[in-house]
Design a protein around this ligand. Structure first.
Ligand code: CA
Length: 368
């Protein structure tokens, strides 16, 4: 099997979408007639990653064997490293890797989770990841949290998503919201708090102590992601599990977080490495006795690829992330991932197991 063509384009979900709200998909075509589909991190519409695929990755992969995906990824990461390696390049390579695994599954007739060693489980609980709570009033936070309970999540995470150029803007207000959500959901309900890099080291420790008292399960990205030692200092100072890593773009960067003292890492399959990269992160985390709980907020390809890896993970210690309701609708797929009775079921069709509605995809495709 040889790669004959790679398409990289944005997908528009509604007529009013801005270019920065589009998804970033790749389709890898082969001489067997099989097509693999992948997704890049859609930050700013994924334009930078799509451009890298179109101008630098696709020309290098024509004629390559998709089954060489790990070799191809490492070759491209090292030859194009000065375009990245953070963000745009690793998102591009993640999209390609996911598409090549999809192809490997379609070639063999097996789901990805079988190809990576088999599933410990094919039904996975999820947590409702609820963004934008920094700007909301306390009452609105509770209203939004309550609405998400209809899907029967196994846990709830409240994200603050504040302006990252300002720190410690409203610590008492943030703690009050955490307390109100605890009161709303009751003492035993699993809760997480995502600071989205909003605190100083001291501010984070103060918030973390409050979260410990409130029985929160984990405390995510308390300080700026690039302050790795500070992230570790907060993690070491607190009893609550401190997590980070959704803004790590290489295996070495995840290793640095672990070395600093972070005990739960959250690399994202569409941001770094794709399925190959996330499997490497899982091995790294397992070797260090650190939890791997991937970040994942893209509701179709990214989510499904992530589920395959989580199905194959022995120590799946937290539920899978499921983001806010999104305009990135499911119309493009015949069998989009949707929770049923509080669980996602990993597709068992070949590759990712997603069936594309080609006419819908073509209709939403934005030329690039
Ligand atoms: Ca986060």
């Amino acid at each position: 099997m040889k790669i004959t063509r790679i398409d990289a384009y944005q997908v528009r979900w509604s007529a009013n979408d801005k270019p920065t709200q589009h998804s970033a998909f790749v389709c890898v075509h082969t001489d067997d007639g099989l097509v693999g589909i992948g997704e890049a991190s859609p930050m700013q519409g994924g334009i930078a990653s799509l451009a890298i695929v179109k101008h630098h990755v696709a020309p290098a992969l024509i004629g390559a064997d998709p089954l060489d995906h790990a070799v191809l990824q490492d070759q491209l990461l090292h030859s194009l490293v000065k375009l990245g390696p953070e963000g745009a390049l690793t998102g591009a390579l993640a999209a390609i890797d996911i598409a090549l695994w999809d192809l490997k599954g379609k070639l063999t007739g097996l789901p990805v989770y079988k190809l990576i060693g088999g599933a410990w489980r094919t039904a996975l609980p999820f947590y409702a990841s609820i963004g934008g709570n920094g700007e909301r009033s306390l009452d609105d936070v509770l209203r939004v949290v309550e609405a998400r309970l209809a899907d029967k999540p196994a846990a709830v995470k409240i994200r603050f998503d504040n302006d990252r150029t300002k720190l410690d803007t409203d610590i008492p207000g943030d703690i009050a919201k955490a307390r109100a959500v605890r009161r709303l959901l009751g003492d035993g309900y699993p809760l997480a708090f995502d600071a989205n890099n909003g605190y100083t080291t001291g501010g984070a420790i103060r918030v973390g102590r409050a979260l410990e008292e409130l029985g929160y399960w984990w405390f995510e990205e308390p300080v700026q992601h690039y302050h790795v030692r500070a992230m570790g200092a907060v993690a070491r100072a607190l009893d609550i599990t401190v997590s980070a890593g959704e803004q790590s773009y290489t295996l070495a960067a995840v290793a640095d977080l672990i070395d600093a003292g972070v005990r739960m890492v959250q690399p994202d399959i569409v941001k770094m490495g794709g399925i190959t990269g996330l499997l490497r992160c899982a091995a790294l985390a397992h070797a260090h006795g650190v939890e791997l709980v991937p970040h994942q907020t893209q509701p179709t390809i990214g989510h499904t690829a992530n589920l395959h890896v989580l199905a194959a993970q022995m120590h799946a210690t937290k539920p899978a992330e499921w983001n806010d309701p999104s305009s990135r609708t499911h119309a493009v797929f015949r069998n989009p991932p949707k929770p049923v009775g509080g669980m996602f079921h990993v597709p068992d069709g070949p590759g990712l197991g997603l069936v594309v509605e080609q006419a819908e995809l073509d209709d939403r495709r934005v030329g690039f």
